[in-house]
Design a protein around this ligand. Structure first.
Ligand code: GLN
Length: 542
């Protein structure tokens, strides 16, 4: 029997609902249950693929090629279950489904309305594509009180009735602010938020209260009283040093125990050994390395969420802490600036990116890493920039560039309009809609067995996630290989370069995919583990 846990948020946004959901999922999993996590987002975009990273942070890509909210990345990292397209639902997607049905006459002449047609569609999505999960945790994006999230809240209220309280639980995440001038914690915003939810017909079963200092028993009692809950159902969620300490902290406050009590299930205590282990590795590193990430959205760390996490995982694998220097590629297009900002770092990453702005700075970073023999990891756009750099400075193709930036003499990176996935030919229309037109999701690659990446992955066949329109132009393979750059990973049909490396360099690898999307704290991605290892070696040299 699948049970549903709905997580809503109140008072303010950015309280970390995604992490809270992921942490509860991890606790239930550690008790031996099979879990799945889903996100319902109230915006009208069909998916976040067309949203600017400035607005919405990273776009997380699933194996099945869905462009989703970054919270799905937290879910995967915490519970290790590969997220699917069906785990991400937006208002835009719901409405396009409903309108599609209406156009096909499927409503048989009925007046199509938010209740019941939109809410029915939401309920369908919530319950779709499930097998034998014990728990499905659904996070509702936005904050209670927003007009946009009303249909979602109405749909989960209905589900609470239809499935019964023995199969549905409502968790509400709120804020208990500390008012410095009064020297007090304030419970009123939480009371109001719970009241707002109750006004929509939802009595929260558990309140998760974010707070920067311990909530005294009197405040907890007050919240319980005013919000119509037992005290044990008011769970303090205090700030912790690392996000991977959240499951342990929630467990200590009885969160998972209260969930089990609500459903009347007697489950064994969770085994949190592996969580404790990674928390202790993160909090007691044996050394530190500094990695420069040279990108365009560096002042907004959410834009590179999975990358930042993958760096932490690489650190865990090597027992070191990784300090990241976020460097805006635009500000250091002048040579002197490159030297000043990159001096002393132990490795350089040029991450994924789009558009010409800042690209010369990224090319300069790749050159600096190549010439100084500093570990370089080029991810997607970062691989493309490294290839342009090699073409210009090693192969002497001065006009080398990417057609993403307009026509150029040597398009070493260009638009591919057709490619093969398994046995099928896929096409990209250059004039088509922008949404979902990239090479998206999991693709296999074949690695040269005697290459650096072959050694790192310890296999010759890999599957990694993609999200890009442009590809390294195979027409320049020979010219580039003649300079010493090796094409060590290719698509199975041999048409698309997936990995390039410089065998004569301590660690210089560019990958066309996004390995950061698959890295987990318990299972650091081999490329990140190896890259951080190389940075550690570098730190011993200087
Ligand atoms: N802009 C490049 C492309 O579309 C790279 C994309 C990325 O880094 N994700 O191919």
């Amino acid at each position: 029997m699948t049970r549903f846990i709905f997580i809503t948020g109140g008072v303010v946004s950015s309280l970390g609902k995604g992490l809270s959901s992921a942490a509860l999922g991890a606790l239930l999993q550690a008790r031996g249950f099979k879990v799945r996590l889903r996100k319902l987002d109230p915006y009208l975009n069909v998916d976040p693929g067309t949203m600017s990273p400035y607005q919405h942070g990273e776009v997380y890509v699933t194996d099945d090629g869905a462009e989703t909210d970054l919270d799905l990345g937290h879910y995967e990292r915490y519970v290790g279950v590969a997220a699917r397209r069906s785990d991400s639902v937006t208002t835009g997607r719901i409405y396009s489904t409903v309108i599609g049905r209406e156009r096909r006459g499927e409503y048989l002449g009925a007046t199509v309305q938010v209740i019941p047609h939109v809410t029915d569609a939401i309920k369908e999505f919530i319950q779709a594509d499930l097998a034998d999960e014990d728990f499905v945790l659904c996070e509702i994006g936005g904050t209670v009180g927003d007009i946009e999230s009303l249909p979602f809240l109405e749909a989960i209220r209905q589900l609470g009735n239809e499935l019964g309280r023995e199969r549905v639980l409502f968790v509400h995440l709120t804020l208990v602010p500390w008012i410095a001038s009064a020297g007090e914690l304030k419970t009123k915003p939480t009371q109001h938020s719970a009241k707002e939810l109750l006004g929509l017909g939802i009595q929260p079963d558990i309140l998760l209260c974010r707070c920067e200092r311990p909530i005294p028993p009197s405040a907890r009692k007050k919240i319980a009283l005013f919000c119509n809950l037992r005290e044990s159902r008011v769970i303090p969620a205090l700030d912790v040093d690392t996000i991977y300490a959240v499951p342990g902290a929630y467990h200590a406050e009885g969160f998972d125990r209260e969930v089990c009590t609500h459903f009347g299930i007697a489950a064994p205590e969770p085994d949190l050994e592996r969580w404790n282990e990674i928390v202790s590795r993160i909090s007691k590193p044996e050394g530190r390395v500094t990695i420069a990430i040279v990108g365009k959205y560096t002042h907004l760390p959410d834009s590179y969420k999975s990358l930042a996490e993958a760096m932490t995982h690489g650190g865990i694998a090597n027992n070191v802490g990784v300090d990241v220097d976020w460097i805006d590629s635009e500000v250091f297009e002048a040579e002197a600036e490159v030297l000043r900002q990159l001096d002393g770092v132990h490795g350089i990453i040029v991450p994924g990116g789009f558009g010409e702005r800042g690209s010369e700075g990224k090319i300069a970073a790749a050159r600096f890493a190549r010439e100084r023999r500093l570990p370089y990891f080029g991810i997607c756009f970062g691989m493309q920039m490294a290839v342009i750099e090699a073409a210009r400075h090693l192969a002497g193709l001065r006009g080398a560039g990417s057609t993403e930036f307009g026509p150029c003499d040597h398009p070493v990176v260009g638009l591919m309009t057709e490619w093969v996935r398994g046995n099928t030919l896929e096409r990209r229309e250059s004039e088509g809609d922008l949404g979902g037109t990239m090479r998206l999701g999991a693709y296999e690659a074949v690695l040269a067995p005697d290459s650096r990446v072959g050694e790192i992955y310890a296999t010759t066949r890999i599957s990694e996630r993609h999200r890009h329109r442009y590809e390294v132009n195979i027409g320049y393979k020979q010219t580039l290989e003649a300079t010493g750059m090796r094409f060590s990973g290719m698509s199975p049909d041999g048409m698309l370069p997936e990995i390039v490396e410089l065998p004569d360099h301590p660690w210089f690898i560019g990958v066309q995919f996004h390995p950061e999307l698959k890295s987990k704290p318990f299972d650091p991605h081999p490329l990140f583990a190896s890259f951080v290892r190389a940075a550690v070696d570098q730190s011993r040299l200087v």
